[in-house]
Write a protein that binds this ligand. Structure first.
Ligand code: NAG
Ligand code: NAG
Ligand code: NAG
Ligand code: NAG
Ligand code: NAG
Length: 299
């Protein structure tokens, strides 16, 4: 009995300790019928592409919009595409909200969750949780995309471009930031002190709004992360991992397709892009429907 209790406790309440030095996973995935379902999903019906979307507890409306639009399970040119949401622990717990979440979890079975405090400066943990999950439970997929909840993703075009590129290993692509420098202005959301990062330039990285990697790279990032000190900007952190792994960023297409901004909507513009930023849930539906309805239209 005591033994049984301990195992359950180990699955539920393990805090994450190492904030400033190296990232060490002492916490575990929250075990849910949902998690077990997710594991089985990848084994039984391996995806071509897994979209990992960072989210927080209060974003149910947007998650619903994504589930009905670009995040729905799809077969694109015969390739399976699935979407999972990445979530930590609610920093402001509320019994009512948590019971909604638990209902959502068991209904949609598409949320991956661990016990770290879900805050902006913990995004790195969230992303690494995704890489860890892919490594352990979904190595069958060919590609992984990490993106955010306020994005519009043209999954059709992405799959098409990945098939055209046909590079199943060593691939890392997105909106390239080859020479960004740390922001030293204390009023900025992205302020980084000298003690957090003392080089003049970040290593090359891709905007966290949406980057795509082959599954081997996800595994290697997860593997190397235990030797890369924690850094709070998740996209830069991934850049630090890539630098250590000697993986070079690549363009997916000769024209820009990953937009960290929001190009004005038109069918032809959105048919030829992969990401658009700051898109409202209602817009996701409008854009998605417009793209679906106009499939035969010439651009
Ligand atoms: C996980 O599942 C258990 C039982 O199925 C449930 O009681 C619990 O609330 C779930 N956890 C979350 C975070 O929803
Ligand atoms: C990140 O998560 C850890 C573990 O839950 C927590 O102790 C820490 O305060 C969080 N950090 C931030 C900046 O929120
Ligand atoms: C994809 O690349 C592999 C080798 O890496 C090659 O054998 C195959 O023919 C290529 N497929 C297409 C459609 O170009
Ligand atoms: C993980 O890293 C260890 C050394 O740190 C290495 O021996 C192993 O091959 C790596 N595994 C993968 C899948 O990269
Ligand atoms: C890094 O990769 C490049 C090719 O992309 C290669 O020329 C170079 O030797 C590699 N460096 C190390 C240290 O492995």
């Amino acid at each position: 009995m005591a033994h049984k209790k301990m195992i359950i406790a180990a699955f539920v309440i393990l805090p994450c300790l190492s904030m400033f030095s190296y990232i060490i996973y002492i916490d575990v995935f929250k075990r849910n019928s949902s998690t077990n379902f997710l594991e089985a999903t990848c084994k039984q019906n391996p995806p071509f592409l897994v979209l990992l979307v960072t989210t927080t507890h209060d974003q149910m409306t947007v998650r619903m919009a994504i589930r009905k639009t670009w995040g729905q399970e799809q077969l694109i040119h015969g390739k399976r595409v699935v979407t999972f949401f990445l979530l930590g622990t609610n920093p402001t717990p509320s019994t009512e909200k948590d019971s909604f979440l638990s209902e959502e979890l068991n209904t949609y079975k598409d949320i991956i969750q661990k016990d770290f405090m879900d805050t902006y400066y913990n995004l790195t943990y969230k992303t690494l949780m995704g890489m860890e999950w892919i490594t352990h439970y979904c190595p069958q997929t060919h590609y992984v995309m990490k993106t955010d909840i306020d994005m519009f993703i043209n999954t059709f075009y992405l799959v098409e471009l990945l098939m055209r590129k046909n590079q199943t290993s060593n691939l890392f692509t997105g909106f390239l930031k080859p020479t960004d420098a740390p922001i030293r202005d204390k009023n900025s959301k992205w302020y980084i002190s000298e003690s957090e990062f003392n080089r003049d330039k970040y290593p090359p990285f891709c905007s966290g709004t949406g980057y795509v990697l082959s599954v081997d790279v996800a595994q290697r990032i997860y593997n190397i992360s235990s030797s890369i000190p924690f850094f709070k900007l998740e996209d830069v952190y991934i850049g630090l991992c890539l630098e250590k792994l000697n993986i070079t960023l690549q363009e997916l297409h000769e024209k820009p397709v990953f937009f960290p901004s929001k190009p004005p909507f038109s069918v032809c513009t959105y048919r030829n892009l992969v990401t658009s930023h700051r898109v409202q849930p209602e817009e996701m539906k409008l854009y998605w429907d417009a793209l679906e309805k106009s499939q035969d239209e010439e651009c």
